[in-house]
Every structure is written in C-alpha cells, then in structure tokens.
Design a protein around this ligand. Structure first.
Ligand SMILES: NC(=O)c1ccc[n+]([C@@H]2O[C@H](COP(=O)([O-])OP(=O)(O)OC[C@H]3O[C@@H](n4cnc5c(N)ncnc54)[C@H](OP(=O)(O)O)[C@@H]3O)[C@@H](O)[C@H]2O)c1
Length: 301
C-alpha cells in the first residue's frame, strides 16, 4: 500500500508516518519546495505555483492531507489569519487538482479539519450532521472541507477528519499546558464550563487504519474525538491529579481576551461537545475512551 502524507513533519504527520511504515506500507511525504522539480523519497509540491509532481503521485492508495499554517501560534493578526486560511483552502484546492490529473486516483482522500467547524455551541451535542458555526475557525473549516469534497469521484472517497484537540505530551496544546501545571500554576480557563473536545494522539493512526481497512464505505465528516466529553474544569482537574499538582489558579476570561484576543476567545473560551457519532455507528472501539486512562498511558511512556 502506498500512502502520501502532507504536513508529514508536524505533530500528527510524524506519528502517522511512523505508524504506517511500521505496519508495512510505503509512506511518502508531500514536501513543500520553492521551485518546480522532483525530489527523492517524496512528492514535491510548490505551493506558490500549485505545481505537484504528479508522476510521483501515481499508484497511491491513500492520501492524508494535514498541511496548514499552525493555528495555535498566535497572535491572529490579519496576515496570520490569511496564512491559516490560504494554506488550507488554496493548498487543498491545489492538491485536489493534482489528484484529478492522475491516471489512477487514490481510493481514499483524508483531509484534516477540526471540531472548530461547529463554532461555540455551549452544551449542545455536536454530531457530524450538526451545522457549521460562526467565527474565524468555523469559516476556515467550512471552506477547507468544501475544497476537499471536490476530490470525491466514483473512484475516490473523501473523509473529513474533524479533529478535537490532539493530546500528546511531546507537542501541541498538552505540551504547552505541562509547564504551568507542573509548576502548580495550572487552573481552569474562564468559568471552566466550556466543553473541551479532545483525542489521544495514539488513537488517531488506529482510527485512520480502521477507516482504510475496515470501514471502506464511510465517507464525509468524521468527528475525531474521544467518546468522553469533558468540560475545561474537568480536564484541568484530571490533568492536575495525574501530575500530582494542585490546579487552583483559574485564568479569568478577561485575561484570556486581553492576552490572546480573538484566538483566545475561539480556542480557549469557546465550547464544543463533539460526539464521535460516525465512528461509534461504524463500530469502532476506542483504545483511549476516557481522560484518566489516556493520561495514565501518555505519562508513563
Ligand atoms: N493538533 C491539534 O490539536 C489539531 C486540532 C484540530 C485540527 N488539527 C489540524 O490537523 C492538521 C495536523 O495537525 P498538527 O498538529 O500535526 O499540525 P502541525 O504540527 O502544525 O503541522 C502542520 C504541518 O503543515 C505544514 N505547514 C506548516 N505551515 C504551512 C503552511 N503555511 N502551508 C502549508 N503547509 C504548512 C508543515 O509540514 P511540512 O513542513 O512537512 O510541509 C507542518 O509540520 C492541521 O491542519 C491542524 O489544523 C490539529
């Protein structure tokens, strides 16, 4: 099996690369280059011209598209927001156009998205059929998914991976939280009542592998979140308990808004109770269904 991964150097891409190589697949990164021209051991992509080395893409079974400007490294200036949007929407359009030129298109095109699609939905349970929300992240996800869906043909299915916050102590949001929590400076954010959609990083390769091998007919949006939905206050308490530290210092809403502006409002104060309905209906069995077991496993490795 030949698998192409864009954003392969990132938090998730590097884990997927390792997982699928270990399972015997041929895995190649889609690598950004500044001038059109082939590279060894990967597929070259020039985002400024939209050029892809289509010849190197032939014979691919699965494409996993993760590339995009990091959302969590703020501040969200006008230029940063434009990069977040265009790297995903334009980037996805370029990749979809390259796929459409292949003699043998891939069977599955996985495209990253996020539970940010639903916006700030309070205590409402968001299954995949829930409508898109308002705000910057929601509008990016809507445009991103629309571009990805254009890859759908009789031979290619499109799966939209709506990730919750990916928990991995070596990167992303959890790594950033660890230092203040280890210093005993952790605490809930704002009221702490906002739902915090999460997924254990090691769960993701298992799910994608199942989608490839066991659920070949599942397509469209898939909420990539654990079944146990928790609020920020519960998340905070559970993390502090596993680190054997107190979590007594709440971060006031006003401070989040002052420090992080729009990014803080959407990413830290927004609430989304996403439910992994598509995976549950397909019969997927989660290895990391709840936070306690997840932290126990993540902190012992
Ligand atoms: N981490 C999370 O909690 C989370 C939650 C929801 C959704 N997601 C989404 O899932 C995807 C993967 O997440 P991740 O945490 O692995 O992301 P990441 O660590 O930020 O990696 C993204 C990768 O995209 C490529 N990239 C960076 N800037 C780019 C740009 N301006 N244009 C095109 N490509 C660029 C880079 O890979 P190369 O250098 O190899 O090209 C980078 O390593 C992202 O699209 C992210 O938005 C992540």
């Amino acid at each position: 099996m030949k698998i192409l991964i864009s954003g392969a150097s990132g938090l998730l891409g590097s884990q997927l690369k390792r997982f699928f190589k270990e399972s015997g697949a041929q895995v190649f990164p889609i690598t950004r280059v500044v001038a059109n021209g082939s590279i060894t051991n990967g597929v070259a992509w020039n985002p400024s011209t939209g050029w892809f080395d289509c010849q190197a893409m032939e014979g691919t079974d699965t494409v996993i598209h993760l590339a995009g400007e990091n959302v969590a490294t703020g501040p969200w200036t006008k230029r940063k927001k434009a990069r977040i949007h265009s790297s995903r929407v334009q980037g996805t359009g370029q990749l979809v156009s390259a796929i459409s030129q292949l003699k043998n298109p891939p069977k599955t095109f996985f495209c990253a998205s996020a539970t940010g699609f639903y916006g700030n939905t309070g205590e409402v349970e968001c299954r995949e059929t829930h409508t898109a929300g308002k705000g910057f992240l929601a509008s990016v996800c809507v445009d991103w998914e629309r571009e990805a869906q254009k890859a759908r043909t009789d031979s290619t299915r499109v799966v939209l991976l709506r990730f919750g916050v990916i928990l991995d102590p070596s990167g992303g949001a959890l790594k950033k939280m660890l230092l203040p929590f280890r210093l005993g400076l952790g605490g809930r954010i704002g009221s702490g009542k906002q739902y915090f959609p999460w997924i254990a990083a090691p769960e993701i390769p298992r799910i994608i592998d199942s989608l490839i091998h066991h659920y070949p007919n599942l397509s469209g949006p898939v909420n990539m979140v654990a079944p146990q939905a928790v609020t920020n206050a519960i998340f905070t308490k559970t993390l502090a308990r596993h680190l054997k530290r107190p979590a007594l210092i709440p971060v006031p809403e006003l401070a989040v808004k002052a420090l992080f502006g729009e990014m803080g409002k959407e990413m830290f104060l927004g609430s989304c109770q996403a439910i992994p309905s598509a995976l549950e209906q397909a019969g997927y069995s989660f290895a990391y269904p709840n936070l306690d077991a997840t932290f126990q496993s993540l902190f012992q490795t």
